[in-house]
Design a protein around this ligand. Sequence first.
Ligand code: SAM
Length: 281
Amino acid sequence: MNDFINSHLLSLKRNNFSFPEVELRTLLKKSAINKKEIILSNFDINNINKDLFNDAFKRRINKEPISKIFNEKCFWNLDFFVNKKVLDPRPETEFIIEGVEKYFKNKREKLNFIDLGTGSGCLAISLAKEYFSSKFIATDISTEALKVAKNNSKNHKTSNRIKFLNCDWYNGNEIFNVILSNPPYLNLKEYNNLDEGLKNNEPKVALYGGIDGLTYYRELGPILSRISNQDTISFVEIGYKQKDRTIEIFNEYGMKCIDIIVDYQQYERILVLMKKSRNNY
Ligand SMILES: C[S@@+](CC[C@H](N)C(=O)[O-])C[C@H]1O[C@@H](n2cnc3c(N)ncnc32)[C@H](O)[C@@H]1O
């Protein structure tokens, strides 16, 4: 291997990266001039944009996530623009999409969806591509996040079916067929113990869910109940170990849990909720 590769691998190792070869290969590939696969053993420096690589390498050494350095993160089957104002879409959130597909088999159906706390827009936009006759409302309290979501929606040609609202969850009275939400749910201890790279590069408003991590489930409970009818199905992401307490909270607001979807790590991750009928109270 040449000196360039060796010195960069050494620097990654010294900075405690667990998989330096993978890191270096990714950074080189993202900086490649012709986007060809990079092989470390026969690396040719002329195949990369050196300025782009040097800047990216410096930022990575400071623990900035690769997604934020290159402003791109893949979710479901689409690439999304991301920056420090939005949470990077996570693989576990894709289980919301799988849940929707399980309960709404007919993709031609004209459904109305709401995505509460849309961030990059990953859920609303991915589902708008799947459910091509449906309409969407996507809300966020962060104007900066909504800018990113609108831009992603434009890039994926879904702007004519997604209305973006800058508000505190949702204060309208429309009834929806499908409700989606991945609220912030880390408790104080979890937030404080986050890896510095994440803490410095993901917005706090997207991660921190109050001292016990449950603040936003308490806020969402009455909203879900208000904008549901007996046929509405809600898909809400939860933190691991939050299942019992979140089900209790939603119960208090007349929502019953009809299903729980587990993620890749076998954590109970998505609650599927419906409004209780009156005689169920
Ligand atoms: C965990 S992130 C989820 C983002 C995106 N839906 C996803 O799954 O990647 C939570 C989002 O909720 C937004 N949010 C936090 N509090 C809110 C509130 N009171 N009303 C609306 N959105 C809120 C944050 O700005 C953030 O974009």
